[in-house]
Write a protein that binds this ligand. Structure first.
Ligand SMILES: Cc1cc2nc3c(=O)[nH]c(=O)nc-3n(C[C@H](O)[C@H](O)[C@H](O)COP(=O)(O)OP(=O)(O)OC[C@H]3O[C@@H](n4cnc5c(N)ncnc54)[C@H](O)[C@@H]3O)c2cc1C
Length: 438
């Protein structure tokens, strides 16, 4: 209930901050009207820019803001709202030019006043931010380069646009209006400073040492991290953190990974990482004793948010990592509520945590159903992909009272949500974790 109220509060505050610049226009002496379309386009520009500025808060990983919704939902919102804000901003010059075609000449930087040219520059920076975010993969931009472009271009875009407003000065002549914009900008700068300076400093004070690097089945490695000079990180089973290895926490290079160890042991943290790209495929080479930093914990994919009389877990490949953390935690808590785990892998040989799951069966009320897409000839279990038929075969009679946690590739999640719905399970009982925010 507290989460719902907190969630509603942040949404109300967000809406208020977006429309604040429009209401402030009405305060005090309004400048003489300049026609409906011109005023309308300015209104859209103001609202779009204040939505863009608030993006610094949305992506700042402020736990109070993200916890009611889950950080993946916040990132999703950030993506969608950025597109809407961009169209508001784009409509500002489009409407101005359409309603008064003579203003087209203002796009010429050689003849236009500086405050108009800087506004055009801000718009171009916004176009770069949006296009590289929507088409990063198609444009062949690697994630790390995209992140740098995204960060710097966003700041340039907002700064240029603010300078444009100050330069035009028509709607912000009165001190109260000026101060509203200045305080909004100060808020955005503080959010940025928190993310880039305050947070890394606090991470620097809480370093970890890589104690062990363990080879796992399925091209994966487990990193064992020991807190150095502090007590470690309290997390809920199923949550994740952003990990930086070797460099300082000020480095822009950090990757999100779920905790795979038990939440009951915050002083001995493990993350299990599958070889995939340039960073993860070198994990096996990390030397023991290397320093690491963590920003977390984050995420709402956990059994600790809602109580349930039993659980059904569905994991695909490396999606097992948050699930193994949950199972290890349940074992440490002597939690004997019934659990059914559907686990999709290619082969039994490559099934990460295969032996550990067998051992956990002795400590838990746990049934594990392996589904292999490339089974050996002598495999007698389930084959192919997890689907409605396989799930229906093993679901417990208490299926309606169970909580469902699904972690795996996005297409698998979509298919399984559909399958569960067909089996009469309310999607309110289904939580899912996608290993991809972008
Ligand atoms: C909430 C969450 C939990 C995760 N838990 C695990 C886990 O327990 N084990 C595991 O093996 N993997 C996990 N991942 C996936 C892991 O973060 C990516 O596989 C890893 O960052 C890829 O890095 P790379 O440079 O090796 O691969 P690349 O080839 O550079 O990237 C592959 C894809 O991974 C994504 N990615 C790359 N870098 C980042 C980054 N810094 N931040 C966000 N996404 C990125 C991008 O979509 C990219 O296209 C998790 C991801 C998320 C979002």
């Amino acid at each position: 209930m507290r989460h719902i109220w907190r969630g509603a509060f942040w949404i109300a505050l967000y809406l208020l901050l977006i429309i604040a610049p429009l209401f402030v226009l009405l305060i005090g002496q309004a400048p003489p009207g300049r026609g409906f379309w011109r005023e309308f386009s300015v209104g859209l520009g103001f609202a779009g820019l204040s939505m863009m500025g608030l993006q610094f808060f949305l992506t700042g990983r402020f736990r109070h803001i993200t916890s009611p919704y889950g950080i993946d939902v916040v990132y999703h919102f950030h993506r969608q709202i950025a597109i809407i804000a961009f169209f508001f901003i784009l409509l500002h010059p489009v409407i101005l030019i359409s309603s008064s075609p003579s203003t087209l000449v203002l796009l010429n930087p050689l003849t236009a006043p500086w405050w108009i040219t800087i506004g055009t520059g801000g718009l171009l920076a916004f176009i770069i931010v949006i296009v590289t975010s929507l088409y990063r993969i198609e444009m062949g931009i690697i994630f790390e380069h995209w992140r740098i472009i995204h960060g710097y271009m966003s700041v340039v875009a907002v700064a240029f646009s603010m300078t444009h407003i100050a330069g035009v000065s028509y709607y912000v002549q009165e001190p109260v209006k000026r101060w509203l914009w200045i305080s909004m900008v100060i808020g955005w700068i503080l959010a940025l400073l928190y993310v880039r300076i305050v947070k890394p400093i606090s991470m620097l004070r809480r370093p970890y040492l890589i104690e062990n690097v363990i080879k796992e089945r399925g091209d994966s490695w487990t990193l064992a991290l020991k807190p150095h000079g502090h007590k470690g990180m309290n997390f809920k089973p199923g949550q994740f953190a952003w990990l930086t290895i070797g460099k300082s926490p000020f480095a822009i290079r950090e990757h999100p990974f779920s905790f795979s160890s038990s939440a009951m042991n915050p002083g001995q943290i493990e993350m299990t990482i599958k070889e995939l790209g340039d960073f993860t495929s070198k994990i096996g080479e990390v030397a023991r004793g290397t320093r690491a930093f963590m920003d977390g914990p984050y995420g709402t994919f956990t059994i600790d948010h809602y109580r349930s009389s039993g659980y059904v877990f569905i994991a695909g490949g490396v999606g097992i990592t948050p699930i193994i953390s949950i199972l290890r935690t349940m074992a440490d808590r002597n939690d004997l509520r019934p659990v059914v785990l559907f686990y999709q892998s290619k082969t039994l040989e490559g099934t990460t945590f295969r032996e550990e799951l067998e051992n956990l069966k002795k400590r838990l009320n746990l049934q594990v159903i392996h589904i292999l897409s490339q089974p050996a000839d002598d495999w007698e279990g389930e084959t192919g992909r997890i689907n409605e038929k396989v799930i229906a075969k093993y679901l417990p009679s208490t299926r309606m009272d169970c909580e469902y946690l699904v972690c795996g590739p996005q297409p698998m999640q979509m298919a399984l949500k559909e399958a569960l719905e067909k089996l009469g399970i309310s999607l309110e009982r289904v939580q899912s974790e996608s290993f991809n925010f972008v």
